[in-house]
Design a binder for this molecule. Sequence first.
Ligand code: GLN
Length: 545
Amino acid sequence: MEKLKHKYIFVIGGVLSGVGKGITTASLGNIFKSKGFKVTAIKADPYINVDAGTMNPVEHGEVFVTDDGDETDQDMGNYERFLDVNLSSTNYMTTGRVYTTVIENERSMKYKGKCVQVVPHIPEEIIKRIEKAAENNDAEITLIEIGGTVGEYENILFLEAARMMKMKDASSVAFVLVSYLPVPAHLGEMKTKPTQHAARALSSAGINADMIIARGEQKLDKPRREKLAVFCGVNHENIISAPDVSSIYEIPLTLEQQDIGNKLLKVLDILPRKSKMNEWKKFVARNNKVEKTVKIAVIGKYFGTGDYTLADSYVSVIEATKHAALYNGAKPILEWVDSEEFEHNPIKLKQLEKYDGIIVPGGFGSRGVEGIIKAIELARKKKIPYFGLCYGMQLATVEFVRNVVGKKDATTVEINTDAKEPVIHINPNQAKNVKENRYGGTMRLGAYDCILEKDSLVYKAYEKRTISERHRHRYEFNDDYRKLIDKAGLKVVGVNPESNLVEIVELKNHPFFVGVQFHPEFKSRPMIPHPLFREFVTAALRNKK
Ligand code: GLN
């Protein structure tokens, strides 16, 4: 049988979701990169959705956009941040995407009259995609995170693909089970049984874990390590403890302290190598020492219930703010404010004045919009540093046209299709998409160039004229209002060179009031904060209450 050309590590979840499989995958990538390997990471999502763009962020978390305009899972953002690479559409797949290709191939006679079956044709397509990602990224090691948890019905075909690859070339494929070990409060003792069941469920899919990463509130002790080794059939050295830590950026260090990299290299028949994690270590150490804080209000509506959900809907905004704050020697205290509260409660609105800075992140639809506009008005008048991302830029222009230019009917056609003053409007192509319910993958997506005005705050931040940033929106600033806002002091300081679309506005005589049509948060990296987040946090610190 033909051998595999690259090395692959599958990361599979056990017991329950949300235990940090994505961060673990990203951390492994970070470790191998520090050992000098070319690494890439793939997310395989078991959903029928073709991409994450049609999923509600409260249920599924942030939609992460790649340079080439794919709407992917938030874990892709973790990979980009931990690996310091730009990934593309080849690094992401869903069940929907895999099936679509197989069905299209069948329709065009690519299977030459064969009966097309779930097995082997679906796993074969999955393998093709995995190998293509390795090839395209020229990766020596490819990490593949399989979404969901072992034992679920819906990810079984991804596991089957992994098993088939192992059968083909055992020394080129490794399996890592990231599993949860609960410590029930009434027992006060870590329990291994759920993980034993997860390992068994994995075996019944024909896969034996080469390594178990034991996630839990506490460290794994020796007796439990032995127990897992015996009952899960994994070499006890390959049982790695991954207790909760205060910052996700510590995880590569916690794992590598246990020599996880070389242990996996051994499974893959590669000689051990030293990891060079000094810079990362310094970064984490600096992180842990920071005492100064900066208090930022994030105003939106995808907060759902509980911390877990809200953090997930805006994960890149949170991380970008962290990177920028740390660069400024501070840590951010982000508070989530539901914009609907401002619509009827002026006291709540006034409370916003206590923040050092205000962010309005991306959003859709009409709920909460009037509250957001009130908050933007307050930031403008009270000179509180304001950073508007996508919807936050659009609504800042609406607020300005209403309250400074004096056109009270100003709005976005997203909330009123017959708007008298459509400051934010829609082009005919996009209007057609909406009319015909063609929502999937049809927004303005991915990286576009933008030319900056030299005499601007944003130019000073980026220190260059041409920038490239990622987009995800359907509506645009209406050029008919350009002169009006400019004359009144809201300057257009960034424009797309091909389409002339307005991409950045910035207010004169304000410490920091910037609205961007794109999503800068996607390009921030732990040690290279995004220039605009950096300047926003600097301004917020200057405004510290
Ligand atoms: N709802 C707006 C649009 O579609 C903004 C989108 C966003 O904030 N990502 O244009």
